[in-house]
Ligand binder design. Structure first.
Ligand code: CMX
Length: 133
């Protein structure tokens, strides 16, 4: 894994949380994007080299809707950038981690992504991501 690519934060309402994080970070949200396949809308912030992704559910079946209903708003996942996502998925599966996808899927921010089940990672939802070419 190369570095932490972003930190995902589940929110109930981007309309409320984007201005909150703009105040907190003293920097504007630089991008918003809907990801239909994940039933989420995202808002991105950059603080130095660190990227934050706010996520609001856009449908009841969204992982974010279920997370917010069960645990409330807050830290949702840590995403690691990898050079070769398929090789990294194979390596992690070989190490006994449960992959939540068989193949990388297209996520927000022009990335190929794959999640690991949090039961294998001390309760932290981990995302692998690789820039799409
Ligand atoms: N972090 C830590 N634990 C989490 C979690 C998260 N983000 N989301 C769910 N869990 C926990 C649940 O609370 C549950 O814990 P307990 O067993 O102690 O009750 C456990 O994981 C398994 O829960 P589950 O009921 O079996 O499964 P869920 O329906 O809650 O789904 C998960 C959990 C991780 C499999 C599902 O959320 C998933 O597939 N996530 C990956 C996709 C995703 O998160 N998409 C949204 C972001 C998209 C983006 O970044 O663009």
């Amino acid at each position: 894994m190369l570095k932490v690519e972003h930190i995902g934060i589940a929110v109930a309402s981007l309309a409320e949380s984007v201005p909150l994080f703009e105040k907190l970070l003293n920097t504007p949200c630089y991008k918003r994007e809907k990801v239909e396949s994940e039933q989420v809308e995202t808002a991105f912030f950059l603080q130095g080299d660190t990227k934050l992704e706010l996520l609001e559910a856009t449908g009841p079946d969204s992982a974010i809707a279920k997370f917010v209903a069960k645990k409330g708003v807050g830290l949702h996942h840590i995403a690691f950038e990898v050079a070769d996502i398929e090789a990294e998925m194979q390596r992690l599966a070989g190490e006994g981690f449960t992959l939540l996808q068989d193949r990388p899927k297209v996520g927000a921010d022009n990335k190929l992504i794959c999640f690991l089940h949090p039961k294998d990672t001390n309760g932290v939802l981990v995302e692998l991501c690789q820039e799409r070419k």
